[in-house]
Ligand binder design. Structure first.
Ligand code: TMP
Length: 244
């Protein structure tokens, strides 16, 4: 189907969701747009969307292989994948193994300080408010998720952290932190099952080369550290993937 005639369900900063012929399935299209500082900084970086589509396909599939349900169904072309339609929970869940980014500024921490246990933080997914930090009582009071759902998302996030850390450790990359989004989907047994949604790519992870400490993620763009595509391509190649 030609993108220009597909019905848009949602358009975000880096992705577009289109209807498919099945009401339970959407098409997730990866754009080349890169944004930082809540879209204050914006650029089109040729091929970024393609690299993220392939990297996210691989990582989501590995997470599924480990028994965690995700929205990912299959990649259908260089920029698009089929996904299960979910109701996104408007929370960005960040797992941090070492301090970098916003947490360093917020608490005046030393960059790359290792946390005793992985830290989990929740942010409200709301660009107009600048994605403010949430605690669990905010989440319950604002009816974003209930206590059991929070517990489940935290436990899934820690399992996903282990899976991703293992994958990246094996290719000489350190997983510093990453962001997850979850969604609710109904099935016969469970009306509000929570599954992993969105994407997992160098756009929403911090990935550092173990030896050189070189950044291979979106911080290259955020901090003007060089060519973003070189970093993402390095991740793709080390994962043993090729753009086909
Ligand atoms: P932060 O240090 O800016 O809070 O980001 C933590 C991690 O979450 C980092 O890997 C980037 C990712 N992230 C997103 O994917 N989207 C966002 O909107 C934000 C704020 C962070």
């Amino acid at each position: 189907m030609n993108s220009s005639i597909k019905k848009i369900v949602y358009e975000g900063k880096a992705k577009i969701l289109y209807c498919s012929s099945d009401p339970k399935i959407l098409i997730q299209h990866f754009k080349d747009d890169a944004t930082a500082n809540n879209a204050e900084k914006h650029a089109i970086i040729k091929s970024k969307g393609i690299l993220n589509n392939f990297i996210s396909e691989y990582l989501m599939s590995k997470i599924e292989d480990n028994g965690i349900e995700t929205h990912f169904i299959k990649r259908i072309n260089q920029r698009e994948q089929l996904i299960k339609k979910v109701e996104i929970i408007p929370i960005e869940l960040v797992v941090r193994n070492k301090a970098s980014g916003s947490i360093v500024k917020r608490y005046n921490l030393k960059e790359s300080l290792e946390f005793t246990d992985p830290l989990i933080e929740f942010f409200l997914k709301d660009d107009n408010l600048g994605d403010p930090l949430l605690n669990e009582t905010h989440i319950i009071e604002f009816k974003l998720a209930n206590y059991e759902e929070i517990k489940l998302m935290k436990s899934l996030a820690l399992k996903i952290n282990n899976i991703l850390q293992n994958i990246f450790r094996n290719i000489g990359i350190e997983l510093i932190d990453f962001k997850l989004e979850f969604g609710r989907v109904g099935d016969d047994k469970n009306k509000d099952k929570i599954i992993l949604a969105d994407e997992i790519s160098p756009d929403n992870c911090r990935l550092w080369d173990k030896k050189t400490r070189k950044k291979l993620d979106k911080d290259i763009f955020r901090k003007n550290l060089g060519n973003l595509i070189d970093g993402y391509q390095e991740v793709l190649t080390r994962l043993g993937l090729k753009l086909i």
